[in-house]
Design a protein around this ligand. Structure first.
Ligand SMILES: NC(=O)c1ccc[n+]([C@@H]2O[C@H](COP(=O)([O-])OP(=O)(O)OC[C@H]3O[C@@H](n4cnc5c(N)ncnc54)[C@H](OP(=O)(O)O)[C@@H]3O)[C@@H](O)[C@H]2O)c1
Length: 356
């Protein structure tokens, strides 16, 4: 029977991933640094029908980590922040011959994974797909489909990826991650892509975007946006022939990430409760301008960003295990058929639309 390892299984997102694997009847290996916390998750999982296996391994113990992943078909990494602790888990997964996905949204870490692990993953015959969360996954897939609506391989003059969610509860791990990445997320806005290369800092070319077709029901006209370091900047130029790619977030949400302090973060609960999760809506949109003046826009939306992140990461891991993706480090749209992957999320309440 297929076994999938979850690193950081005792964290807020890790527990949701364990529950989603259990729901699908997959055997889970819970991996992390603290045996007591992992066992509590395993006991809850066993009660819910999971046949769980606990393996203790810190990120500073490479050989122990590799041994923990031994025999697993894939690793789902839910550590926080990835900037500090993500890379040893990728390295160990590849060394152990496991496919790999994670839930990062952190640009610098994400770029390092592409820059560092491609050759090793190809050599090991495994596929690494980082950033399979509710922003990096659907954002990458909808950007691909929106650009494709201009015509197959048509040159794209500019592509804007927009995270248009309204303010809502975040987990303590997300807040810690935001704090760790604050300089990049808050001040220079991260990377942008122009003329075949990534550049530091953002160009605030776009201050508003049109209300998308789905996910912003009740809103009209234009939405105010601000530059933001979304993961799609690192993944989308790998499969969309765009001269320029930039990323923005709703203007009222972006400053919340820069207002965080250590005290505020540590006072947060580990994650939003069930009612808050159910009420939260996430919304990723893409706006493409073709070199020939044609335009397209697309959007993908759903509720419960944390629950959906677990679904997206598990769906990705299981698709990698099923086979068909090339070995190496790949963007979501390179590893999976974008429309088919989004269709797989529809039973979980995800809606999407693309219009040229
Ligand atoms: N982009 C998105 O849309 C999205 C959505 C969901 C989650 N995420 C990201 O996913 C990550 C997890 O979030 P979360 O809320 O689940 O965080 P969390 O509850 O704080 O969980 C973090 C996990 O990392 C482990 N960890 C922390 N420091 C470690 C270390 N030094 N060595 C080994 N393990 C360590 C923790 O282990 P212990 O339990 O032992 O402390 C825990 O299992 C965050 O980076 C978050 O931003 C992103």
């Amino acid at each position: 029977m297929t076994e999938i390892a979850v690193y950081g299984a005792s964290g807020f997102t890790g527990r949701l991933v364990v529950a989603e694997l259990a729901r699908r009847g997959v055997r889970v290996v819970l991996v992390g640094r603290d045996e007591g916390r992992l066992r509590r998750v395993a006991v809850a999982g066993t009660a819910a029908g999971t046949d769980a296996d606990v393996r203790v391994a810190g990120v500073e113990e490479p050989a122990v980590l590799v041994a923990a992943f031994d025999g697993c078909a894939a690793v789902v990494n839910c550590v926080a922040p990835f900037e500090s602790f993500g890379e040893p888990v990728v390295r160990a997964a590849v060394t152990a011959g496991c496919h790999y996905v994670d839930t990062t949204g952190e640009q610098p870490y994400l770029k390092r994974v592409f820059d560092t692990f491609g050759e090793a993953a190809e050599g090991a015959g495994v596929t690494v797909v980082p950033a399979l969360a509710d922003d990096g996954g659907p954002g990458d897939l909808i950007a691909h489909l929106t650009a494709a609506a201009l015509g197959r391989d048509a040159p794209v003059e500019s592509l804007t990826i927009a995270d248009l969610r309204l303010p809502g509860g975040v987990s303590r791990g997300t807040a810690r991650t935001a704090l760790a990445n604050r300089r990049l997320w808050g001040r220079d806005g991260g990377l942008h892509w122009v003329d075949g290369a990534w550049h530091r800092g953002t160009v605030a070319r776009c201050e508003t975007v049109p209300v998308p077709e789905v996910g912003a029901e009740g809103e009209r006209g234009e939405l105010k946006v601000a530059p933001f370091a979304l993961p799609g900047i690192v993944t989308v130029p790998r499969h969309v022939p765009a001269r320029r790619v930039e990323a923005v977030m709703r203007a009222e949400v972006a400053p919340l990430f820069t207002a965080l302090s250590e005290e505020l973060v540590e006072a947060l609960p580990d994650g939003p409760g069930p009612a808050e999760r159910a009420a939260a809506r996430w919304l990723m949109a893409a706006y493409a301008d073709g070199a020939d003046g044609r335009r397209a826009r697309g959007a993908v939306t759903g509720t419960d960003g944390y629950g959906l992140t677990a679904v997206i990461a598990v769906e990705g891991a299981l698709r990698l295990v099923a086979g068909g993706s090339a070995p190496g480090v790949l963007a979501p749209s390179q590893a999976f058929d974008p429309a088919d992957f989004l269709a797989g999320l529809e039973p979980h309440g995800v809606r999407w639309s693309v219009r040229a």
